[in-house]
Every structure is written in structure tokens, then in C-alpha cells.
Design a protein around this ligand. Structure first.
Ligand code: MLT
Length: 356
């Protein structure tokens, strides 16, 4: 059964019927661009199962009992690393957490040597964050197990994009993003979150608007123009604007992105105060969106810069839901990548049975 057909408007027609013959075959998850829409739907359904586990009094199942998950973070992280480690423990995996600040990396060990060492020590699933775009792709070439990208440079943050998609689907009628206006406002240039979201949200058929100062949108206009011309069959369009009111007006979803000062060379912004005044998501700007619109932020937030403190805690904000959904999405991905269904354990997406 096919679950995806392309309509006249070039937007995927998503069949909500069960897609039982979708078989997970990916050894690694490096970005969402490697996923078909049926595979994304499989992740969403597996996440539903994981949410069910997280609603139980005891949030732990033996699905990955004895499997070894190692987190290797070369960049700072709170929510992504803790979320992956919580997800792995909820599935009963053994978790090893490497902070590069206290590892042999400080003695000059190369990435390749570090990965070979971790494999020799028994790592089976490697969750990795690195400041260099493409580093997880190199890791996937040398590591014998599974690599999950926890964010590489400006390039990709696939689990953030998937948890964003999951959260949007929870709030939109029928979980359907087709034709829904999603505005992402902020430092698009340096954002791996934006780059991954472009893939998954246009695959979902959303009408995506990227907004920020021209200096923080560089290159995106060419991408948007090419895509608007149908370069990727079946994907929704995306647009680029520096007019925040145009981006936010009548939006179903408004997402603020952090101003990434650590990646910014001089001259891209006159000042944070001016950015906040011209682009910050404040109550007045958010009121231009649909009354039922949700407000998102991948975190960490610079309150008072890209998002006003009152907007961040308003009834429209789903920022803590994003964090909570991150655990369920990462449980789903660890479960699928580890190929737990191949070990004979029940796997709901394939057999209809519950994950234990
Ligand atoms: C990231 O790691 O890219 C975060 O989730 C977003 C940010 O740092 O602003």
C-alpha cells in the first residue's frame, strides 16, 4: 500500500491508514533528508507508543535491555543530551556519557580515534554532537554500530526537527500540516534546527516562512526559489522574508530561533537590542497569528532577545511540551535504529503488538 501520492498542487497526500509494510532499514540517523514520508510517519507512530510508556507509573521497558548507548558531545547541551540519555534508560539500555572536556580529546585524540576507542569499549549506538558540520557522517564511516546525529555545526539537528513535527501534529487538527502556515523567525543562517525543519516541514506539506534580518538569511532565498519551482517533487513551498509581520500574520505555528552569538562573526547584527525591537517575538507580533496558533522554541532561549518572557510562558507556548516530546521521539529513534523488532521483541509498528 502506498501512503504517499503527489497531488496536483505538488503537496503530498498523506494517507492516515496504517502503513504496516514500512520497514525501518536505516542504520544511522544523520539528517531527516534521508527519510521518506512513510518513514517519518513510522517514527511518529512509534513516538505515540513511547508516549504511552511515559504515561505509565513506571516509565521503563526492557526493549533495549543490555544494548549500549554512548553519548559523545563536543558541544554544550542540556536538553538534547539529557533527553537522549533519559530515552535510552527508559528503554533499559546501558548508557555511557562522554564529556569531551574530561576525555582524551583534550590530549589531542582525533575524532576517528575516539570513535574507534568507544567501539572497542563496547559502544553500539553512538549519539554525537559536534561543532563541525558533517562530523557524524565521518563517524558513521568508521563506527561499526549506529550513529545518531545530535546536532552538527550549522548543518542538521534531525531529532529536534522530528520532535518539532510531532509537537505541531499534536496541536493541529487531524495532525495534518498540509497548507498550514509555519513561521520560523530568528537566526536562520547559523541554525541546524532550521535546516532540518525545512526538510521535514515541507515534506509534511506545510507552507513554511523563514524570517530574519537579511544577514541571517543568506543563501536561503536561492534555496527557496529553487524549491518553489518544484525542485523536490511533493514538498510544500517555503518562503524567505525580513518582514516579521508578513511571516507571522495568520500563522498556525510561530517558532523563534536563538540568536547564536557563539557562531556569529562581527557585523551580522547592529545589536541585540535592535534585533529584539525589529524581530523579537512579542505579544503584539504573536497576536497577528491565528488565535489558536502555537509558539515554539527549540531552546535554549535568550528571553528578551528572540522571544519576550511573557510570550515564552503564555498559554500559546508549547516549549516545555517540545522538551517532553523530545524524550519520546528519541526513544522511538533508538528503538527503531537498534532494530529491536528484529530480535523477536514485539514491535507495534510492524506487528501491532505493544512495545514492552
Ligand atoms: C541546537 O543545538 O541547535 C539547539 O537545539 C538550538 C540552539 O542551540 O539554539
Amino acid at each position: 500500500m502506498s501512503v504517499q501520492a503527489y497531488g496536483a498542487a505538488g503537496v503530498p497526500e498523506i494517507d492516515s491508514a496504517p502503513t504496516q509494510e514500512v520497514v525501518w532499514h536505516h542504520r544511522h540517523l544523520l539528517d531527516v533528508d534521508a527519510l521518506t514520508w512513510p518513514e517519518i510517519e513510522l517514527i511518529m507512530r512509534t513516538t505515540d507508543e513511547m508516549k504511552g510508556i511515559l504515561a505509565r507509573p513506571i516509565r521503563k521497558v526492557p526493549a533495549l535491555n543490555g544494548r549500549r548507548v554512548t553519548t559523545l558531545f563536543y558541544e554544550a547541551s542540556t536538553r538534547t543530551r539529557v533527553s537522549f540519555e533519559t530515552a535510552a534508560r527508559n528503554l533499559s539500555a546501558d548508557v555511557v556519557s562522554i564529556s569531551t572536556a574530561t576525555s582524551s580529546v583534550t590530549k589531542g585524540e582525533s575524532l576517528v580515534d575516539t570513535i574507534r576507542t568507544l567501539e572497542a569499549l563496547g559502544a553500539e549506538i553512538l549519539v554525537m554532537r559536534h561543532s563541525v558540520s558533517g562530523a557524524p557522517y565521518l563517524a558513521a564511516e568508521v563506527f561499526g554500530g549506529h550513529v545518531l546525529n545530535g546536532g552538527d555545526g550549522w548543518h542538521a539537528h534531525p531529532t529536534q526537527a522530528l520532535l518539532d513535527l510531532y509537537t505541531m501534529r499534536q496541536h493541529l487538527p487531524g495532525g495534518d500540516l498540509r497548507g498550514r502556515k509555519v513561521a520560523i523567525v530568528g537566526d536562520i543562517l547559523h541554525s541546524r534546527v532550521a535546516r532540518s525543519n525545512i526538510w521535514s516541514l515541507t515534506a509534511a506539506g506545510a507552507d513554511l516562512w523563514l524570517c530574519g534580518p537579511a544577514t541571517l538569511l543568506r543563501g536561503m532565498d536561492r534555496w527557496a526559489t529553487a524549491w518553489g519551482d518544484g525542485a523536490i517533487p511533493g514538498h510544500g513551498r517555503f518562503h524567505v522574508t525580513s518582514d516579521v509581520e508578513v511571516a507571522v500574520r495568520d500563522a498556525d505555528v510561530v517558532m523563534a530561533l536563538r540568536i547564536q552569538r557563539e557562531r556569529m562573526q562581527g557585523g551580522l547584527l547592529p545589536s541585540l537590542r535592535e534585533y529584539a525591537a525589529r524581530f523579537g517575538l512579542n505579544a503584539e507580533r504573536v497576536s497577528l497569528a491565528k488565535p489558536e496558533a502555537i509558539v515554539m522554541h527549540p531552546g535554549p532561549m535568550n528571553e528578551g532577545v528572540e522571544i519576550a518572557p511573557d510570550v515564552a510562558v503564555s498559554g500559546r507556548a508549547v516549549i516545555t511540551e517540545q522538551v517532553a516530546n523530545g524524550v519520546a521521539v528519541r526513544m522511538a529513534l533508538l528503538y527503531l535504529l537498534a532494530g529491536a523488532h528484529e530480535t523477536g521483541r514485539p514491535h507495534d509498528a510492524h506487528s501491532g503488538e505493544a512495545i514492552r
